[in-house]
Design a protein around this ligand. Structure first.
Ligand code: NAD
Length: 249
């Protein structure tokens, strides 16, 4: 299958580690020129250096609209375009709403939801100018379930917001040939989740996944590559679960 991704310019937020890094590697493997946006400056630089093909990194906290706007303006200036934006930067929240300070909602929503709004707004001018683009948001199965297995209610609410944002943006940007889709993974073992995956928790989670394992990073990255490619020209506004069937149980 011809993906036509060679020399496409791809920005991946949260691309220094975990799911974002796996997506960045998979896109680089298909020949994309990567820019990693991550608040962890050293990890972002290390990842970019290891990708080759002129990959760049930028130390950006996606919850800071000005930093995001400057960084994406620079990418568009340097490369002349932004073909793909993957919004993978995210933070987890755990615990009951009744027990958490209101600042916890501000923290998690500012990164998981507002961060995507800022990145999309900053990428739109370049994508409109070039008459097309791909936006891929990382949601979560917790959007359907209101949190649950790992993330809490607040986390699930931010991810449900990502699903709604994905649909609305698809409608707004379709006429400019910009597609907007989301991937909803079930649990993958990354720095975000590792501590919570105790033997007991893992047993309970696996019992609910018909395919009987956690998500591999490549399961998620493979779908991101497809959605970024010309093969997905007519798919927009969709949130696609990569969950081993957890939403059926
Ligand atoms: N791991 C899972 O089980 C799972 C399941 C469903 C969805 N997700 C989602 O996938 C995405 C990636 O998660 P992960 O498991 O790879 O997490 P991770 O913690 O392993 O990696 C997240 C990366 O995002 C960066 N980041 C965090 N906050 C940032 C900010 N404000 N600005 C810029 N960069 C920031 C981190 O530095 C890190 O490099 C998140 O949106 C998460 O909610 C994860």
């Amino acid at each position: 299958m011809e993906l036509n991704l060679k020399d496409r310019v791809a920005v991946v937020t949260g691309g220094a580690a975990g799911i974002g890094e796996a997506i960045a590697r998979a896109l680089a493997h298909e020949g994309c020129k990567l820019c990693i946006l991550d608040r962890d400056e050293n990890a972002a630089r290390r990842t970019a250096e290891s990708l080759g093909n002129g990959a760049l990194s930028s130390a950006v906290d996606v919850s800071n609209a000005d930093l995001v706007s400057n960084a994406l303006e620079k990418v568009a200036e340097n490369h002349g375009r932004i073909d793909v934006l993957v919004n993978a930067a995210g933070v987890l929240s755990t615990g009951f709403v009744a027990d958490l300070p209101v600042t916890e909602w501000q923290r998690v929503s500012q990164v998981n939801l507002a961060g995507i709004v800022y990145c999309v707004k900053a990428a739109i001018p370049a994508m409109k100018k070039q008459n097309g683009g791909r936006i891929i948001n990382i949601a979560s199965v917790s959007a359907e379930r209101g949190g649950g297995s790992v993330g809490n209610t607040l986390y699930g609410a931010t991810k449900a917001g990502v699903v709604a944002l994905t649909k609305g943006l698809a409608r707004e940007l379709g006429p400019d040939k910009i597609t907007v889709n989301a991937i909803a993974p079930a649990i993958a073992d990354t720095a975000m989740t590792h501590k919570l995956l105790t033997d007991d928790a893992l047993k309970k989670i696996l019992a609910r996944i018909p395919i009987g394992r956690l998500a591999a990073l490549s399961d998620i990255a493979d779908l991101a590559v497809f959605l970024a490619s010309d093969r997905a020209n007519f798919i927009t506004g969709a949130t696609i679960p990569v969950d081993g069937g957890i939403l059926t149980t």
